[in-house]
Design a protein around this ligand. Sequence first.
Ligand code: BTN
Length: 251
Amino acid sequence: MKDLLNKNYIEKETNYNCIILEEIDSTNHYAKKIETSENLVIIADKQTKGRGRLGRDFISKKGKGIYMSIVLTNFNNLIDITKITCLMAVVVSTVLDELTDLKTKIKWVNDIYISDKKVCGILVESIIKNNQVDKVIIGIGINVYKQNFPIELKSKVTSLEENTDILLERNKIIIAILNKLDEEFQNFSTNHFMKEYKKRSNLIGRIVQIRERDNSYEGKVLDINEEGNLIVETSLGIRTLYSGEVERIIL
Ligand code: BTN
């Protein structure tokens, strides 16, 4: 069965205007250039330069995944990108579990995992104009169908199809994500989603290898605080991680 992206269906079932592109460099890049005052989602069937966090590529083969950027406007004050990333991770992880028989996990800060492999990445960016947030762009990339990942990624990434027999439909997943985001966003200021984020984390209590710029060190993940920062116990004491990355789970 062809799983075609459907603008009318998505617009009918959500509060978002929808642009569907057959091919684009990056939906986040496209979203930055577009003027909008309403909620908008840009979805591509293929990206030629899909981008991830820390300048990495996000492989986006034709018809194999969901490559979308949600554009939110009308912010009264500065908004915390880390917290939006956490909220979005909860939204995507919850939706994937609800629509399949999977139990996805969140790997701090922006990745969704099935067992020990990445199935989705999230890249949130904001555009500031006159000291105000003009728009927030939430990029989401989900590997939906089986594909030939480059050899160096094979042991690290997976797709939904490889892990479930449930029939997958990209439009349904996209609609569920947009509606769940609206629902969760209502209570964004209460930080309630951080409880769920911690529950879904695959790092709390684990010994991990951390990379911060040129530094790499080991530590035990103690917690994730209300701001979405990772609290790690290291040989030099307890550290709060604002950026950086967990490059390996050791134990
Ligand atoms: C990551 O893995 O670090 C984040 C990946 C985010 C990928 C999505 S796909 C849609 C949107 N457009 C991009 O270029 N990136 C995001």
